[in-house]
Design a protein around this ligand. Sequence first.
Ligand code: ATP
Length: 335
Amino acid sequence: MVTTSNNSLICLGIESTAHTFGIAIATSQGQIVVNINSTYTSQKGQGIHPREAAQHHSEVAPKILKQVIQQTSLPLSQIDVIAFSSGPGLGPVLRTGASMARALALQLEIPLVPIHHAIGHIEIASLFTGARDPLVQLVSGGHTSIIAFGQGYWRIYGETQDITLGNLLDVFARTAGLPFPGGKAIEALARKGKNLIDLPYVVKGNDVSYSGLLTATKLQLNKGVALEDLCYSLQEVAFAMLTEATERALVQTERSELLITGGVAANKRLQTMLQEVCREHGATLHIVPLLYSGDCGAQIAWTGILAYQNGLQVSVEESIVQPKWRFDKIHVPWR
Ligand code: ATP
């Protein structure tokens, strides 16, 4: 049941940028009332097919909306705002979520708010951890960025120069015949690994480069090196690279908090490495709760509240999706 005061806002948020379709309801008091998500997974050894993912999303969308309504006993007429992830992401899946958002906004005659998916990852993590002005490590399938907020914008202090950390893990998992997304399976296998294989470690300033590491790990797999040892070594090298870059950025930005968010933030080994860095520099490590680390409706619903309260909305006619939207170009008025 949703409990709200007279001046409280209710936002229904729709996530649909990649493998996950989700709907959540958030209130302006910071309550996530419901958060239902369904993730498209592919067979072993295959990655994400944008059209198949869009098909999955359009099949689950009405069912999830029904569940949201049933679980909250909330009449749709009580919703004040619709928020949707308008980018970045895969065109066909972005359009699936946007279509539902537009239809709901038109039907209910309420405002429509476009949300940048990465900003959603940061805001949901901030809501649950209480991080105020952190250095952020955003690690997912679409992002590997070290950022801090300044003068209205998220500023990039370090990033990947090629593929993302999530992509590195997913592509290696796919090559090794593990299911997609592969980060969790790699983490489980890495726990059984014992031998550290020599793999390329590439850090340039605050940036990392993962494509050579991917190629080298695949080569070792083809040579017959044990998968457990490769998963262990891949994690050790990839995470150490990013931890080194993050440590440097922490010192440069003089932040006393480090926040990690995005799907890869669920990884315990990465968390441990960052915890050590924070301890050394007297900083607090904030970790997004597991429930909200990966893509979910909650990140969009909550950011929808923040955006709408700050006057952001779009007409249905102008509500385009933006597959290549960069988050450092977005003015964020609520910070
Ligand atoms: P973005 O959010 O940037 O658009 P995305 O849609 O791929 O990218 P998320 O759902 O945030 O994002 O993250 C998915 C990624 O997280 C995948 O690469 C997946 O393998 C990885 N991941 C999930 N759990 C773990 C884990 N325990 N360890 C490492 N990686 C993980």
